[in-house]
Design a protein around this ligand. Structure first.
Ligand SMILES: [Zn+2]
Length: 228
């Protein structure tokens, strides 16, 4: 489904976000605002309605992701000090909201009381953050499998998925395939699990080297017919 330019084409373009026809634009699945400096030439774009892809809160998501990634990743650091800072200068409510989302790192304590790692404690506004992440999962799913993921798909999210790489989940990650990668900015791994004709999938979205979200999409018969 994809050519060398990173574009994914459908025979009769439907919007990859709502699943309906009559698209009037192409959407950058990973928005340009997540990059700093020269952008890769193979930015993935997919047909979509302008009204469908223009309703996400990118500034909020970029603020959260660049804040989480800024300790370990120089691109995230640069974004935090430039684009995110400028957004904050323009909007005090945005600054306040992101500042309250990103609180100090907490110690992860093992059952025996040992500090096993440190993780950012996040209290983010899920309704502002996850719609964009769901859109990225839809874009990656189409790019990797050639199939649409309908807009009512059910998703179960896990933050700090980088810290979960043990036991059963480690096996899942090892079984997964590498998808789209923009070095230092974004990387995706995915796993499609088919059992008795029923399909589920797992995607790992990695931003700025070590900010990893895992999204589990259960089999369709478990989706709600009404809400995502
Ligand atoms: Zn649409």
């Amino acid at each position: 489904m994809s050519d060398l330019t990173g574009e994914t084409r459908l025979p009769d373009p439907v919007c990859y976000i709502c699943g309906r026809q009559g698209t009037d634009s192409r959407d950058h699945v990973i928005r340009e605002c997540f990059f700093s400096g020269p952008r890769p030439s193979n930015l993935l774009t997919i047909p979509a309605h302008y009204t469908c892809h223009n309703r996400f809160d990118e500034e909020y998501a970029r603020g959260i992701l660049s804040g989480l990634g800024s300790e370990a990743n120089r691109v995230a650091q640069r974004l935090w000090n430039t684009k995110t800072k400028r957004s904050f200068d323009r909007s005090a409510p945005l600054r306040k909201s992101i500042a309250s989302s990103l609180v100090r790192k907490i110690d992860l304590i093992s059952p025996a009381g040992l500090v096993i790692d440190k993780a950012p404690a996040i209290r983010m506004d899920k309704d502002r953050f996850y719609p964009l992440m769901r859109k990225i999962v839809q874009g990656m799913f189409l790019h990797h499998t050639g199939q649409l993921l309908p807009s009512n798909f059910r998703s179960a999210w896990s933050l700090n998925a980088l810290l979960e790489l043990s036991g059963h989940r480690k096996q899942m990650l090892q079984a997964s395939q590498f998808g789209l990668v923009y070095p230092e900015i974004f990387g995706c791994r995915y796993l499609i699990v088919t059992e008795k004709g029923v399909e589920a999938s797992v995607s790992w979205l990695c931003f700025y080297t070590n900010v990893v979200f895992r999204c589990y999409v259960p089999p369709r018969h478990l989706w709600s017919p009404l809400a995502p």
